[in-house]
Design a protein. Structure first.
Ligand SMILES: [Zn+2]
Length: 80
């Protein structure tokens, strides 16, 4: 039920993923700097790269949605 509802909102899912990734970067960076742990700092870099991937996913989903809207409006205007 929840998954079906989320499947209809891909932009929301991609945005949530990006938000979680950025939160993880900030949290790992803070803990890494406070503890001086190189392992946790490298995890922050890992999460930063995950954020970039999530950013591309959001961009792809948004581009697809914009194209769909453009095609729909183009068909509507050219059908008469
Ligand atoms: Zn990862």
């Amino acid at each position: 039920m929840l998954l079906a509802a989320l499947a209809r909102r891909p932009q929301l899912v991609a945005l949530a993923s990006l938000t979680v990734d950025i939160t993880m970067v900030v949290a790992k960076l803070l803990v890494g700097l406070l503890t001086g742990s190189l392992g946790i700092l490298s995890e922050a870099v890992h999460s930063l790269l995950d954020s970039v991937a999530s950013g591309f996913a959001l961009l792809a989903v948004r581009t697809t949605a914009a194209r769909r809207t453009w095609r729909r409006s183009w068909r509507a205007s050219s059908s008469c």
